[in-house]
Every structure is written in C-alpha cells, then in structure tokens.
Design a protein around this ligand. Sequence first.
Ligand code: KIV
Ligand code: ZN
Length: 513
Amino acid sequence: MNRENLIIFDTTLRDGEQSPGASMDIDEKVQIAKALEELNVDVIEAGFPIASKGDFKAVSEVSKAIKKSTVCALARALDKDIIAASEALKHASKKRIHTFIATSPIHMEKKLKMTPSEVIERATSAIKIAKTFTDDVEFSPEDAGRSDLDFLCKVIEHAINAGATTINIPDTVGYNLPHQFGNLIKNILSNVKNSNNAIFSVHCHNDLGLAVANSLSSVLNGARQIECTINGLGERAGNAALEEIVMTVRTRQDIFKCDTNIKSKKIMKCSRLVSSITGFPVQPNKAIVGKNAFAHESGIHQDGVIKSRETYEIMRAEDVGLVSNSLVLGKHSGRNAFKQKLKELNIEYLDDNELDQLFFAFKELADKKHDIFDEDIIRLSNKQELTGDIIQFKYMKVSTESGHKPAAEIKLEVDGEVKESKCEGDGAVDAAYNAIEKIVNSGCKLVLYSVNNITTGTDAQGEVTVRITKNNTIVNGHGADTDIVKASVLAFINALNKLQQNPDLSATKKRGI
Ligand code: KIV
Ligand code: ZN
C-alpha cells in the first residue's frame, strides 16, 4: 500500500517554550533544533520573532544552523509581526511563516474586539503580505475548536484564496473530545470548496489529557500535518507529544493510511535533551519515553516476554532508541567498544576530536562510577560546553552535621585568578551557592533548581539544571556528577559563565500570545 505522508511540525521551541517555567537560551534552542533535524522532523517552529530580541535571534540562529527541515516563525496577523518573522528567517534554507488570528466568538469579541468580517480581512491581508516573503505560508484560526463551523469554513476558504498552503486547526484550550475534533476536520474538508489546495494540520492542547487522541482522530479524518512537541511540553498542560503520535501511527499501520518521516531511533535522545535543558523530568510512566515505558516488573509479564516478546510488548524499545541490554561499559572498556556503543545508541559525532572528547568524559565518569549505562552515555553526548569559560571550578568542600549549619568552601578560577570563599547555608547546595556568589558577585536570581537522577542506584549521576535571571535575561546551566552537590555547583557555574560571557545569547522572557 502506498502510504501518504504525515507531516510532523515540531513546536517545542515555540509553544513548548511557552510552558510555564521552561525557558531555553539561544544555544540550547540551536542544540534542540539540530536534534530535531536528526530526528527528521519536517518543520521546526523556532519561535515568535516579534515577541522579544531573544526570540528573534533564536529564530535567526536556528535558520542558519538547519539545512534539511523547514524553519518556521510565528506571527500574529499584523504587518510588523510578519516583517519580523521574515527577517528572522532570512538565512533559512527552507522557510515558513505561520500567521494566526482568533476566530471563536469569545476571542473575537473579548480579546480582539473585532467583528467577524474584520477578522477575515486581517487574516487575508496578513497571508498576502507573508506570501511576498515566502510561498510556504501557514494560517491558524486560533481557538478553532470553539469557533462556529460556518464562520470557520468561510475564514479558511478566504485564507486559501489568499495563498495559505497549510491550514492549521488549533484546539487552543484543549476543550474538544476525539470524536468531535475528528468530525470537525471532516466537516471542514468537505465544506470548504478549495480545501484541496491546502494541507490540513491540527494543533491540540492537553488540558483534558486528550491532545494526542484528538490529533490522531483528526488524522483518521484527513489531517496530514500534526503540530506537536517533544515530551508534550507546552503552554499549560502542554501540546500533543511528538513521540506518542509518531509511535502510534507507526505501530498501528493497520489503521492509519499514512506514516511520518521520523527516525524513531532518535526519539529517546531528543526526549532526554529537552528534559535536561528545561529541567523538566519525564514522568517514569510516560508513554514511549518514560523510564518504565519498556520495563516489566510483574513475574508473569517477565516470563511472557522471555518466552515471546510480543506477549506483552507492542513496540520494540530499540525502535525508540533504547538498546535492550542497557548495562554497557565500565572502567576498562576501550575506545572501540565505546565507539560501538555510540553507534548502537545512534549518537553522532563530528570527527575524531569530538570522539576523543566524549571518550575522555566517559573515562572520567567510569573512574567514579562502576557501571556506565546507556543513559549516562546519552547524557555525555548531550553535554554542551562553552569554550573559554571565565569561571572555572577548582575545588569544593561541604560539611553537613546534625545540629550545625551546613557550610561550604569553594575555590574558583575567575579570569585566571584563583579566588576562594566560605559560606553557610540552609543546606549543602545553598551553602555552596552562597560561597560561589560571594566570589562572583553576579547579582543574579535563581529561578529554577531541578535535580534528576540519570540512572538508578546511589552511585547514579545526578543531573542538575538551574535557571538564573538578571536584568530580564534568563540563562540555564547544567551539571552532572555522581555527587549532586558538585553537579549543582557545576550547573550554577555553567549558568554564570553563559551570563557573563555572552549576555546576547540568552532568550529574554516573553509572553506574547
Ligand atoms: O494554541 C494555539 O492556538 C497556538 C496557535 C498560535 C497556533 O499556539
Ligand atoms: Zn498552542
């Protein structure tokens, strides 16, 4: 059977970043965009350029870094938004402008204070302006899930006539049920006269936990693009999870007439990268990418799987990038075994130099930790180092004792000069952070501190993500170590270096929509 293509439009860097508490700096966005390109997503929505300088720069940097996937920028149906989007996309090999305006009665009346005909007018004029910059224009009638069907069809018909090549139907507030949303797509496709001239897309939010179900129901009814995010990150309860959409369609090819271009073996790597950058751990029982997604605890299940895998498994762990035997290397493993492991895990590296760096980091870790698991290696490969750090970690000593205030001694090299300090705190991490701040005197505010264990066991690496802000600038820092206080110190230093070295790199907080 000749399968139709289901386009995967990833919005982790735009709607995903609108997730409360999630914020990525520009380098991190580029890193995620590259991982999405490796995953083979068709379209990467890189940001909302008019929202802030940081967002503009992020779209521009992603545009320079990405060659195969289409890079998309979001714009309200306003000239200035569309011009900003087109400028930010200037360097993209393949570019798309995504413009939107709300069409539900409540949004038009209360938020936009516009009449339905003014909305149509604004939408068509925005599409026509976008068309002057690129042929690839997507239009979204925001809150379509609560819009009047006849009006919605009318707006869409005008949008297609104005040149929109993709029509995206958002369930902005996650209100629809699967049968209802599927019917909406079916009705739109049959009622809009020129529907053949555009690809129909859906964008579902997860307020009732139905984003994936609603998206899939719409695919069964003719949608051929899904907007989704890694780990289901996104505004409020999030967006439809890319990994769940892709694996459902692929696992149930008996039901779906289409398939995606996604290289599913790269899913796990992307999921871990997004989790580590945002500091949002993935829940253990999360479908596809949770730690327990392929783990069998019950004896009956284990027995069944040993006899025949299909008794309890509908997908293979390898197909999402987990290798079945996850205990891998140790201190004595050589470069070749390490290289082989990278291959099994689908981890790519640029050249021998990068391989050497990875191998060195692996050896350092193996000195501290007896068993190195796949997760540890994936973490090593996701490590993002800044070269020429101004602040270098030299030494730390922390003491905690019942009945005494925790204290930390820290030694750092700042711009070539070794400096030390000693501070107390409410806990070991707090004491260490106080000591670092006493040396660096950054004046930053810590807005996120998150610890996640990379594998299990008391010798597991703790992965720490911190987020600091100063003068409207936000940066993330990451650190991993078998000692979580040290991981915390490294994460803080990493963030401080980003803040000091290159303030322009950071995305500034925005809430544009
Ligand atoms: O949820 C929504 O409606 C959006 C649009 C901008 C597509 O994110
Ligand atoms: Zn959205």
